[in-house]
Ligand binder design. Structure first.
Ligand code: PMV
Length: 338
């Protein structure tokens, strides 16, 4: 799944200064355990890091005259896109311009980026936030900015808003955290986990658009205001019960909240036959709970297990029954004091 790192494109490598610095940054994928969509409206949601799937960015100052993003290369599992800066995604261009204007005002600096992204795009795994975060980290390193966590978050959110429109910020935080992230009303905290668990992420191979899914939910709530209150209350109750179950080490109870959350998301039209099928396969083959994860209308399911062996067996079964790819992430035990 991971590709070899590659150098940023320099239009004329011979012209580069001998001591040209390379800034590098990395961020990883995430999956939402519970509470997606509700979190956009301030209700709680819980996200998990998936460290095995990541994006790395290398950044150099170009030897060529210019300002902003002047060259980029983006490698994904689907292939390589490269070209002049103007051909890069708008969110990346905007990010580079904003950082140069904010931190190097008045200087004529041109930047070239190379992104190496192993996170499938449009699968609810936070690929856009991870790429933005890896890029912010690379520019932070290149320009020796020493940004604090909140500055990095704000910049990642800037790019996410360009890509998805309004977003809760949970992806922007979770793609840089090595612990589960609880977000409530825009604020993040670290939930207590009393027992380890393993989560299998299985890709349907269908691409979903978070922007469209969020718009569908917004329109539903506009047409049927009662459904908004009902959804937010139910989702909040499930997430609260899941947090209690994590705190108590009750994976059976946690699993039931996941499956109930899937049904709630189904009721808003966010699932697909392929997602429902993989949830069903997971529940019939030992998962303690399973649900779609992220924006929905395509993308991935997550399934909870209590041991790495159960996760490995489940991953094999999901792949045998149609998952395009699977990944496993652990939720590590950690108390309040850790
Ligand atoms: O990027 P995705 O597909 O994982 O979606 C993020 C979760 C949503 O709640 C649907 C949107 C948001 O901004 O929180």
């Amino acid at each position: 799944m991971t590709a070899e790192p590659h150098a940023p494109p320099t239009s004329n490598p011979c012209a580069a200064p001998a001591a040209a610095r390379t800034g590098s940054g990395r961020a990883h994928a995430k999956a939402i355990l519970l509470g997606e969509h509700a979190v956009v409206y301030g209700a709680p949601a819980l996200a998990l890091p998936i460290p095995g799937l990541s994006c790395t960015t290398s950044a150099v100052l170009s030897a060529q005259p210019g300002h902003g993003l002047t060259g980029y290369r983006h490698r994904t599992p689907a292939g390589v896109a490269s070209g002049i800066g103007a051909q890069a995604p708008k969110a990346l261009r905007h990010l580079v311009e904003t950082m140069l204007e904010r931190f190097r005002p008045g200087e004529e600096l041109a930047v070239e980026l190379a992104l190496d992204n192993g996170i499938p795009v449009g699968r609810g795994l936070g690929a856009s936030a991870a790429c933005a975060r890896a890029t912010v980290n690379a520019l932070d390193d290149l320009l020796r900015l020493d940004l604090c966590a909140n500055d990095v978050f704000d910049l990642v959110q800037l790019a996410e808003t360009q890509t998805h429109g309004r977003s809760s910020g949970i992806d922007a935080w979770a793609t840089g955290s090595n612990r589960p992230v609880l977000m409530t009303s825009g604020k993040v905290s670290d939930p207590t986990v009393a027992t380890a668990a393993w989560v299998v992420v299985a890709d349907t191979g269908e691409t979903g658009s978070t922007k469209n899914a969020v718009a569908l939910v917004r329109e539903t709530f506009r047409l049927y205001p009662d459904r908004r209150a009902d959804f937010l209350s139910r989702s909040g109750t499930l997430t609260a019960a899941a947090l209690g179950a994590l705190d108590d080490g009750r994976l059976d109870v946690l699993g039931r909240q996941l499956t109930a959350n899937h049904r709630l998301l189904v009721s808003l039209g966010l699932s697909t036959p392929a997602l429902d099928r993989l949830v069903d396969v997971a529940l019939r083959h030992g998962a303690l709970g399973a649900k779609l994860s992220g924006g929905g209308m395509g993308g991935c399911v997550i399934a909870l297990t209590g041991t790495p062996q159960a996760a490995a067996r489940l991953a094999t079964e999901l792949a045998r029954q149609g998952a395009r790819e699977t990944w496993t992430a652990s939720i590590d035990e950690q108390g309040d004091d850790d």
